[in-house]
Design a protein around this ligand. Structure first.
Ligand SMILES: [Fe+2]
Ligand SMILES: [Fe+2]
Length: 195
């Protein structure tokens, strides 16, 4: 159970990382090589970020993984506070990204640079955040959590249709993920399957 739950979390991180890689790649091509914006792809990426990490992955971590670790030990208190703050920081950054994208599409001055800047900050925040979860938090969870804890976490992360998180969020995220891969051939070869 422990390994199955950890595997799902790592797989989710891998899928999120692939989309973030795609976002950074798009931004750098536009900024450094003058490539034209692919608005369909940028919208698909932002829809995915909203529906998957922000509405699905992070809340499950808060509610199950973090809560269980906090219940078993104080060892991770500071780390958990930091990770929770990062979950909260992601939300306004996504709003900033979405606003900048709409403004960029409408040709508003300065929007292009705002989009590039917010995208770089968001990608860095999320990559560092997931690294911290895998390198620092999961080893503590592995040591401290009981079989019953892992059972609950596994069920939560396997859940496909939990009304607490909206209607079929995983199905929606998978569709968006496939759409991103379809729009971004460079990443297809090196990406994990949809989670
Ligand atoms: Fe997280
Ligand atoms: Fe995570």
């Amino acid at each position: 159970m422990k390994h199955a739950a950890i595997r799902i979390i790592q797989d989710e991180h891998l899928a999120i990382s692939a989309v973030l890689y795609c976002l950074r790649h798009q931004v750098r091509r536009m900024r450094d090589q003058g490539a034209p914006p692919n608005f369909a792809l940028l919208h698909a990426i932002f829809d995915y970020i909203v529906s998957y990490p922000d509405r699905w992955h992070h809340p499950k971590e808060d509610r199950y993984l973090f809560a269980r670790v906090r219940r078993r030990t104080h060892e991770a208190d500071r780390l958990l506070a930091e990770l929770e703050r990062e979950h909260e920081l992601g939300h306004p950054l996504i709003e900033e990204l979405k606003r900048a994208l709409v403004d960029f599409e409408c040709g508003r001055p300065g929007a292009r640079d705002r989009l590039f800047d917010a995208a770089e900050r968001y990608v860095r925040l999320e990559w560092e955040h997931m690294r911290k979860e895998e390198d620092l938090l999961l080893p503590i969870a592995e040591r401290m959590l009981s079989a019953e804890d892992w059972q609950e976490i596994l069920e939560a992360f396997r859940e496909n249709d939990n009304p607490l998180f909206g209607l079929k969020p995983r199905d929606e995220a998978n569709l968006l993920y496939r759409r991103i891969l379809a729009l971004f051939p460079e990443i297809r070869a090196r990406s994990p399957a949809a989670v």
